[in-house]
Ligand binder design. Structure first.
Ligand code: CP
Length: 315
């Protein structure tokens, strides 16, 4: 007898917790929700009566707004606080703040925090569902899912693709989630960047470290550049941005090594002229703004599934 699939996750903390079936289900759900954003009235009643708090301790444009738009398009009540406008500024601990949020009985808290593991810590102290919207250098699972959705829309499947990630792998939570996700879905992942931007044992995550960008992007189906995460570096790890752009920047000349129909991706925000030339970011093959559009659909799917709206999640 065929077993029926059920999404079982109360929290989304990292890509490693998701099976291939979970990822495909999230992406299929996101595709089914995507057209809601193209309607003249962009609202469905699916999450009516649910309370969602966006708690962002670090700056964000895309993630915060797309979670908020996703929640509002599904009729949830959403509330946002930042570290700067919360009592964290007066010395309240993260756990105390979270327990006080819990006392107001939200269904879901979406958190971005500078410390790796902060969302996981909260799951041990409060009852609401938690979605990790980026924690330190650890993970950014919803970004990896929207990246997978974008690739799948263009290439049909992630299985068997050659994907190159270029830049600051060590400090990029996007890189860590994407390496886990892409390899889980059957892609061949290569990375390149300055040695100071690499971490030991990337092979254990499933990625191959290349000594040049050209080697990493040779015959690639997807080329993703990553921002230098200056906010997570105590001392400069590269001699200069100009030198970085010369050796590691994605430009038209370097892209000749990739497949002619390679997708050009970047999680944003872009440092134009550093990790990617403007004519690449805005030119042929770039799906950077499609990634942002898909961010709303993926986050609608995550809210829907995590809140158990599909038919009851096992606790
Ligand atoms: N990609 C991403 O996380 O962007 P924001 O920092 O603007 O949310």
């Amino acid at each position: 007898m065929k077993e029926t699939y059920r999404f079982q996750h109360k929290h989304i903390l990292g890509i490693e917790q998701l099976s291939v079936a979970d990822i495909l289900h999230i992406l299929d759900t996101a595709i089914s929700f995507k057209e809601i954003s193209n309607r003249s009235i962009k609202k469905v009643p699916t999450l009516k009566g649910k309370t969602i708090i966006n708690f962002f301790f670090e700056p964000s444009t895309r993630t915060r707004l797309s979670f908020e738009i996703a929640a509002k398009r599904m009729s949830a009540d959403t509330f946002g606080i930042t570290a700067a406008t919360s009592s964290a500024k007066k010395g309240e601990t993260l756990i105390d703040t979270a327990c006080n949020l819990q006392a107001m009985n939200p269904d879901l808290i979406i958190i971005r925090h500078g410390s790796s593991g902060a969302p996981g810590l909260l799951t041990r102290h409060i009852d609401a569902s938690i979605i990790n919207a980026g924690d330190g250098t650890h993970q950014h699972p919803s970004q990896a899912l929207l990246d997978m959705m974008t690739i799948r829309e263009h290439k049909g499947s992630i299985d068997g693709l050659k994907i190159a990630l270029i830049g600051d792998i060590a400090h990029s939570r996007v890189a860590h989630s994407n390496i886990l996700g892409f390899t889980k879905m059957g892609a061949d992942v290569k990375v390149a960047g300055p040695a100071t931007f690499m971490i030991p044992h990337l092979d254990l995550l499933g990625a191959r470290v290349c000594s040049t960008v050209e080697e990493a992007i040779a015959d690639a189906d997807v080329v993703m550049a990553l921002r230098i995460q200056k906010e997570r570096q105590n001392d400069p790890l590269i001699p200069s941005l100009r030198e970085y752009a010369r050796f590691y920047g994605i430009n038209r000349s370097r892209l000749k090594h990739a497949k002619p129909d390679a997708l050009i991706m970047h999680p944003g925000p872009i440092n134009r002229g550093v990790e990617m030339d403007p004519d690449v970011a805005d030119g042929k093959g770039s799906v950077i703004l499609e990634q942002v559009t898909n961010g709303v659909a993926v986050r609608m799917a995550l809210l829907y599934l995590v809140l158990g709206q599909e038919g009851g999640r096992a606790e």
